[in-house]
Design a protein around this ligand. Structure first.
Ligand code: NAD
Length: 355
């Protein structure tokens, strides 16, 4: 029986990922995600619960199977950086279904970018043309390095054609990718989205404007392209032109959530979609000919965070980086909760009032 909760702090999560290696972590997540997508019907699923406020949004993402319960907490506050806080912060928890005991608590801010990239690579592995060698990357923000590295290390992409209107973002991305071991020849900085997209086998969009934007032109997209639409992930925020959605085959994580949050917002509520897990298990066709446009309308789903928690817990345990946290009380008599106060007094706490 667990008495403590294993804890992995944000610095130790970064240490774990750096020590293990990004490519190894992306591969480990890809494999763990593949296992969990293959047993999709075993999970309880619901669209995430969002609490919107003028400054941003806080979301809870729960899921469970017969053994494990998991949730992720994640916020999005665009004004945060002016206050010295990141726009997005995330943490998550794994618990035992049999007892409710929280088993593992962990920062998920950095890990969310890795899981999003590994999920994108998993979708592209099943949907893109196997001979895909070039990828356009529209948006060079926080997610971009991880998307680039997942596609180069897991899918054999050899050329990245990057566009971001902000030169500082492009310079940051290039420097980070060179630091991660990519060669300069693999990175082509483009002066427009059209230049990046034309001739690319895969197009990844990861921009962040909270509006119905059109970051690429439909007419630039050749038949046979796979599109990995990452940025449109909340109500009122999409990235792609309607005409492109209308001529693509659409693949999603969990339709009730994607219809609220994804590019699907632009289409009628009954627009036909295929669930990615069904392609992975062979229950639905993926790409059926080379000349098809396939589009993964990624929004990020709770089961992907469960996979991430499961992977990190195992890896951190093996690396000896876990701390032990007394997150919930350990009671010598589990029916005597009051005893905790008596024990606190024995430990020297003053009584500050009396009845
Ligand atoms: P970010 O703010 O760090 O970067 C966004 C970048 O997009 C910026 O560099 C900006 O200059 C660039 N940009 C804006 N408009 C553009 C345009 N028209 N063309 C090209 N580039 C443009 O954001 P981020 O953290 O990288 O996240 C990107 C998006 O991905 C966000 O919307 C985020 O919510 C979403 N996201 C999705 C998932 C998922 O699972 N699908 C997971 C994480 C984040």
């Amino acid at each position: 029986m667990h008495r403590h909760t294993d804890f992995l702090s944000a610095p130790k999560t970064a240490q774990l990922i750096a020590r293990t290696g990004l490519a190894t972590c992306l591969r480990g997540l890809f494999d763990t995600l593949s296992e969990d997508f293959a047993r999709w019907p075993d999970f309880e699923k619901s669209a995430r619960v969002a609490s919107h406020s003028p400054g941003g949004v806080i979301e809870l993402m729960p899921t469970a199977n017969a053994r494990d319960y998991a949730f992720k907490y994640v916020n999005g506050h665009p004004g945060n950086t002016a206050r010295g806080l990141p726009t997005v912060m995330a943490f998550g928890c794994l618990a035992d279904v049999a007892t409710g005991m929280p088993r593992f608590l962990c920062d998920l801010t950095l890990a969310t970018a890795l899981r999003t990239a590994a999920t994108s690579a998993l979708a592209a592995h099943h949907l893109a043309r196997p001979d895909s060698r070039s990828m356009a990357l529209i948006g060079a923000g926080s997610q971009a390095e991880f998307q680039a590295l997942a596609f180069t290390s897991l899918l054999g992409i050899k050329e990245l054609r990057v566009f971001d209107p902000d030169p500082a973002a492009l310079a940051k991305l290039t420097a980070n990718l060179l630091h991660a071991g990519l060669e300069r020849a693999q990175i082509l900085a483009c002066t427009s989205a059209s230049q990046a997209v034309q001739g690319a086998d895969i197009v990844t969009t990861a921009t962040a404007a909270k509006r119905h934007a059109e970051v690429i032109h439909d007419t630039d997209i050749a038949p046979s392209t796979h599109i990995n639409a990452v940025g449109g992930d909340c109500p009122g925020k999409t990235e792609l032109p309607l005409a492109l959605l209308q001529r693509a085959r659409l693949f999603v994580e969990f339709p009730p959530q994607t219809r609220i949050e994804g590019e699907l917002q632009l289409l009628p509520a009954d627009a036909a979609v295929t669930e990615l897990w069904q392609v992975i298990t062979g229950q639905a066709p993926g790409r059926s000919d080379a000349a098809q446009i396939t589009l993964f309308d990624s929004v990020g789903f709770a089961i992907e965070d469960y996979s991430t928690l499961r992977y990190l817990h195992r890896l951190a345990g093996e690396s000896g980086l876990l701390d032990k946290l007394a997150l919930v009380p350990h009671l010598s008599d589990p029916r005597d909760l009051y005893r905790l106060l008596r024990e606190a007094r024995h430990a020297g706490e003053e009584i500050v009032d009396t009845l």
